[in-house]
Design a protein around this ligand. Structure first.
Ligand code: SF4
Ligand code: F3S
Length: 103
């Protein structure tokens, strides 16, 4: 499961589409955690898609990640500023790749 303390345990190494990237990153096999309030561990995400389907305010967008061992698409929390902290995405992700920090 995603480390809920990722922002203390990892270094922010950049941004993509306005979303923070928390390393380590070694593309294309290792992509790190993306987002801060709504965070997705790309190295766990298997592109299940439940988060995109269920989010009531459409926080997530698909991004292509060719060559990643788990899946060649990931759910980017592109619009994390819209999040209403309903926690649906956290509940539905089959691999516990999402952390929402409601505080
Ligand atoms: Fe969307 Fe709710 Fe997840 Fe926020 S907590 S990203 S509103 S599903
Ligand atoms: Fe990925 Fe979990 Fe969403 S596997 S696509 S973060 S439901």
């Amino acid at each position: 499961a995603i480390d809920p303390q990722f922002n203390e345990n990892r270094e922010k190494v950049g941004e993509e589409n306005g979303v923070s990237v928390w390393g380590p990153v070694d593309e294309p096999e290792q992509l790190g955690i993306r987002g801060t309030h709504v965070a997705v561990d790309y190295d766990l995400c298997i592109a299940d898609g439940a988060c995109l389907e269920d989010c009531p305010v459409d926080v997530f967008e698909w991004v292509d990640t060719p060559g990643h061992p788990e899946s060649e698409q990931k759910a980017e929390p592109t619009h994390e500023a819209q999040c209403i902290d309903c926690m649906l995405c956290v509940d539905v992700c089959p691999v516990d790749a999402i952390d929402v920090d409601a505080s």
